[in-house]
Design a binder for this molecule. Structure first.
Ligand SMILES: C[S@@+](CC[C@H](N)C(=O)[O-])C[C@H]1O[C@@H](n2cnc3c(N)ncnc32)[C@H](O)[C@@H]1O
Length: 229
């Protein structure tokens, strides 16, 4: 349906007013991904590889849904029947997880503390609205700490993106999801470069893989990739 001249005129008027208002940032396009284009490209390739395996997709730590929308637009094309779980507290980090970073992992500089206080302005309702706005219907959201997330023993996953930044939730996610990953499936853990505030993810991957005698690779600087054969 085409817009009438009147609608186009009104649309232009509202947008010009927005531009000259304090709400300018809502009008202008901003790159919001926590991933570089090369990392998104790698995620796309890994998702395509994993989609051949049976089971659902899952993103643990989905924040406001930027990557969720991106990966679901890809699924629309390559595997529209897949289900996609999106798990988050939708309120930022869990106090016990932060306490562990501060006390046991020594992440207590002023800069660390700021990073450990992020992602609090969010809501499951906003997230679900974002999915609807983008025409995405396959995503099932769960507002829960990954440590408390439970699924049926019969659940199977083909692709799991773990993006919860800290040691304890990454460890819990690996322990919980690896046994349910189908052969041919892939787990990607974000933030697996050493020596930064969120390097608890890398510690959890190192320990998990050592304990279970698994190999992993780190690709595009910070994406740890675990494949189930
Ligand atoms: C880096 S953001 C995720 C970004 C998202 N994957 C994206 O690409 O747009 C980290 C998210 O992990 C969530 N989170 C942190 N600890 C968690 C936990 N224990 N269980 C579930 N979600 C958690 C936070 O609420 C936050 O939204």
């Amino acid at each position: 349906m085409t817009n009438s001249r009147w609608e186009i005129f009104l649309d232009g008027l509202v947008k010009r007013a927005l531009f000259w208002s304090p709400f300018r940032s809502f009008l202008l396009y901003k790159y919001r991904y926590a991933f570089t284009p090369a990392q998104l490209a790698r995620l796309t390739v890994l998702a395509t590889e994993a989609a051949a395996a049976p089971g659902d997709f899952c993103e643990i730590g989905c924040y406001r849904g930027y990557t969720t929308v991106f990966l679901n637009k890809h699924l629309d094309v390559i595997a529209p029947a897949k289900r996609y779980w999106a798990i988050d507290t939708f309120g930022g980090f869990v106090p016990g997880d932060v306490a562990h970073e501060l006390k046991a992992r020594g992440k207590n500089s002023a800069e660390d503390r700021r990073a450990l206080d992020k992602f609090t302005i969010n809501s499951q309702f906003w997230f679900d609205c974002t999915m609807r706005l983008n025409g995405i219907t396959r995503v099932v959201t769960q507002a829960v700490a990954v440590q408390d997330f439970s699924f049926p023993v019969s659940a199977r996953f083909s692709f799991v993106l773990i993006d919860v930044d800290l040691y304890l939730p990454t460890q819990a996610a690996l322990e919980k999801f690896w046994p349910h990953l189908s052969p041919g499936g892939v787990i990607v853990v974000d933030d697996c470069h050493e020596g930064h505030v969120y390097d608890g993810s890398r510690q959890a991957v190192n320990e998990f893989c050592a304990q279970h005698q698994l190999r992993f690779e780190v690709t595009e600087t910070k994406l740890a990739v675990l494949r189930k054969v």
